[in-house]
Design a binder for this molecule. Structure first.
Ligand code: IMP
Ligand code: MG
Length: 182
């Protein structure tokens, strides 16, 4: 489908699946090279957005590894410190493990910074980040984004796991907001 309508907005194809697939294979090759001698690394896929990327990526990973899915829950604390984030879905000790975070997109980097801090507190030995998409012009943090499949401009996109108010995740192409009218 060339164009889709989600809620009140129209989107047009921006990155076709063929290009996404190719860039994911390149990232998998980098991981295969870097992790071939690492003992039992753990991939932590951040739901919901990363489900499709994770499935495609893992099909091309050829070393022994574990995969878990996590979610970040945020809730307002009773104190004035505001929002507190928690990892849900981790049911095993992470101490001493080599962990690869799998993200759909790194935008400002606030989410990844939060998660990184939480994993450090768990005593993880080595943390690397693998993301399908990076918006380099928006990224404001110092943490290294180790593996990036695609770099994109500062536009709002959907598809291949990413949503606009929970719609659009199932499309295999990536779409960008189409302002040329509906
Ligand atoms: P950050 O914390 O600013 O890096 O934003 C990361 C999160 O914002 C992602 O995990 C997405 O859920 C969401 N996000 C950022 N950019 C987009 C986009 O273009 N489309 C859909 N979701 C996005
Ligand atoms: Mg997300």
């Amino acid at each position: 489908m060339e164009r889709i309508k989600l809620h009140d907005k129209c989107f047009k194809v921006s990155i076709p699946y063929s290009k996404i697939e190719e860039s994911i294979k390149t990232v998998a090759e980098q991981l295969n090279r870097d992790y071939k001698d690492v003992e039992n690394p753990l991939f932590l896929s951040v739901l919901n957005g990363s489900f499709m990327f994770t499935a495609d990526l893992m099909k091309s990973v050829n070393f022994n590894c574990e995969i878990s899915f996590i979610k970040l829950s945020s809730y307002s604390g009773v104190e004035s410190t505001g929002e507190i984030k928690q990892i849900i879905g981790i049911n095993k000790p992470l101490k001493g493990r080599s962990v690869v975070i799998i993200e759909d997109i790194v935008d400002t980097g606030a989410t990844i910074e939060e998660l990184y801090g939480l994993l450090e507190k768990e005593g993880v030995k080595d943390i690397r980040i693998c993301t399908l998409l990076l918006k380099p012009d928006a990224y404001k943090k110092d943490i290294d984004i180790n593996y990036v499949a695609l770099r994109i401009p500062n536009d709002f996109i959907v598809g291949f796991g990413l949503d606009y108010n929970e719609l659009g995740r199932q499309y295999k192409d990536i779409y960008v907001l189409d302002n040329s009218g509906s």
